[in-house]
Ligand binder design. Structure first.
Ligand code: PLP
Length: 527
């Protein structure tokens, strides 16, 4: 393809994307294909001779689009949103046009410096304290591909920091550069004794990070009474048990906005407990809810002051409820040395005079990979085009829709809210003749009565059936979850709002389907 052919194909691609977006509301949200549909259809080997781009574009429409689940549909309410915007898409196009791996400042100064600027804009917009700002010269932020990657990066940094701390305690002196080199014997003795903590509600990223380091993950139990929030004393008990067994606590994953219910861990209590364990590192995973710090009214409930006081690192995904086209995960640290002392491995070919002079950031030293995408461009385009106020308006719309739907569910005789609405997330279940209270604040339902509303076991079966039936359809897409707590296990269904183009009519359209399928489930249950 030459420049003029690209011009033509590029215009045509934009036209076809516009047509796709104009049609989104009328498309079923889920792909209507069976497993293997594409593998069976496409040739088994790459073509020997180049094909015409018209044909390739046509095949995108005919073969690929039918297998796409429409995350950008206004009626997508599964998982959490992965919002894309036209600003983000154009930025990604420009980013592809200057495609470069930007690992060192010198590789493309704009890539590094725009990232520094944009991440600091974001830290300020969210109300993160100055210690997390790059301009502090101590903390700073970087854009990752995912919250899991941020969490694993934090885990590696936490492990190295813990080993340095242990080395210091064992009398190892700092070298001239101020760093403590961890002796092999300490690394060998302690690196397999380290333990990671979270709660039973922590995203699977916690267990996965521990797995990748070959270390145990302790999912601490939470209580319904605490709205599924991790409490300090429960964490302390788990840590004490490990200490008694000769193990060393080194990392806690606290969550703001858990995936299942949007719960917020008690970061203040966790931080206080961690003071008694000097080898520990606190990473706050606010992958979904973190963008809501842009709304000052929500900061207290989301424990921002506690994060500012206690967290070592913080992550939120601007590609979820934010507006920044996948992928754009903001990862901020209180002390950038936690990263550079972990990831700075510099062979001669990666050196530059600017880095040697200490006047620039080389982001490769803040992350696992060497090369990196130019993600700051889309965050920059989005924040400039929407402005902070436009961004806030978008968040408020999702919260407002969630509150409206909560009212509808509260007045329903067949459904109940399982927890209080959390920002733009609702968790509900079918519970016929339910009173208008939340499941978790209602009295215990351990009765042996066979009436569905009186037994979690029966309601779990009923709701599994409801979800199976919903899942068999293509016009709605909702995710199930199971809430494990000290008291009970509840199968329920999540309704995640916050899509860029979603209106309350879209929400109601899906809810009407849920109501209708719920009635069918109850009818067949009674037969
Ligand atoms: N943390 C929470 C609370 C989430 O809800 C999710 C995904 O929904 C993640 C982490 C994982 O995010 P990522 O796919 O960016 O790793």
């Amino acid at each position: 393809m030459d420049i003029e052919e690209f011009r033509k194909a590029g215009y045509a691609a934009i036209d076809s994307i516009c047509d796709y977006y104009a049609s989104l509301r009328d498309r079923p949200v889920k792909a209507q294909v069976e497993p293997g549909y594409l593998v069976d259809k496409l040739p088994k080997e790459a073509p020997q001779k180049g094909e015409s781009f018209d044909l390739i574009s046509k095949d995108f429409k005919d073969d690929i689009l039918p297998g796409i689940t429409h995350w950008q549909s206004p009626q997508f309410f599964a998982y959490f949103p992965a919002n894309s915007t036209f600003e983000g898409m154009i930025a990604d196009l420009y980013s592809a046009s200057v495609s470069n791996p930007g690992f060192n400042w010198v590789c493309s100064p704009a890539c590094t410096e725009l990232e520094q600027v944009v991440v600091e804009w974001i830290a300020k917009m969210l109300g993160l304290s100055e210690s997390f700002w790059g301009s502090s010269g101590v903390g700073g932020g970087i854009i990752m591909g995912s919250a899991s990657e941020s969490a694993f990066t934090a885990a590696m940094a936490a492990r190295e920091r813990a080993l340095r701390q242990i080395s210091r305690e064992k009398g190892v002196q700092e070298a001239e550069n101020g760093q403590v080199q961890v002796p092999d014997e300490i690394r060998n003795e302690y690196s397999q004794k380290l333990v990671v903590y979270g709660s039973t509600q922590t995203h699977s990223l916690g267990a996965k990070a521990a797995l990748m380091l070959g270390l145990p993950f302790r999912p601490v139990a939470v209580s319904v009474k605490d709205s599924y929030s991790l409490r300090g004393e429960d964490l302390r008990q788990a840590m004490e048990k490990d200490k008694a067994a000769g193990l060393v606590p080194f990392l806690v994953y606290a969550t703001v906005g858990t995936t299942s219910t949007g719960a917020v861990d008690n970061i203040g209590e966790i931080g206080e407990v961690m003071k008694d364990y000097p080898t520990t590192f606190l990473h706050v995973d606010a992958a979904w809810a973190g963008v809501a710090y842009a709304l000052p009214d929500y900061r207290k409930a989301l424990r921002l002051d506690e994060i500012n006081l206690y967290a070592d690192s913080f992550c939120t995904n601007f590609h979820k409820w934010g507006l920044t086209t996948f992928d754009c995960s903001i990862f901020c640290v209180r002390d950038r040395k936690d990263l550079t002392q972990t990831f700075d491995v510099t062979p001669a070919f990666l050196r530059s005079k600017e880095a040697d002079a200490g006047t620039v950031i080389d982001y490769r030293n803040w992350q696992i990979a060497l090369g990196r995408r130019f993600r700051s461009l889309k965050a920059w385009f989005v924040l400039r085009s929407f402005g902070v106020q436009g961004f806030q308006k978008h968040l408020e719309a999702g919260i407002e829709q969630c509150q409206q739907l909560a009212e509808v569910i509260r007045s329903s005789s067949n459904f109940e809210l399982v927890t209080d609405p959390s920002l733009a997330l609702l968790v509900f279940r079918l519970s016929p003749h339910s009173s208008n209270t939340n499941t978790d604040t209602a009295s215990s339902s351990s009765s042996s009565s066979t009436h569905p509303s009186q037994s979690d076991d029966i309601l779990n079966i009923l709701n599994q059936r409801l979800h199976d039936r919903l899942n068999a359809r293509y016009d709605v897409f909702l995710t199930q979850t199971v809430l494990h707590s000290k008291e009970r296990n509840i199968f329920c269904i999540r309704f995640a709002m916050g899509g860029v183009y979603t209106t309350f009519e879209d929400v109601l359209k899906t809810w009407k389907v849920v109501e209708q399928v719920g009635e069918e489930v109850l009818r067949t249950w009674e037969e």
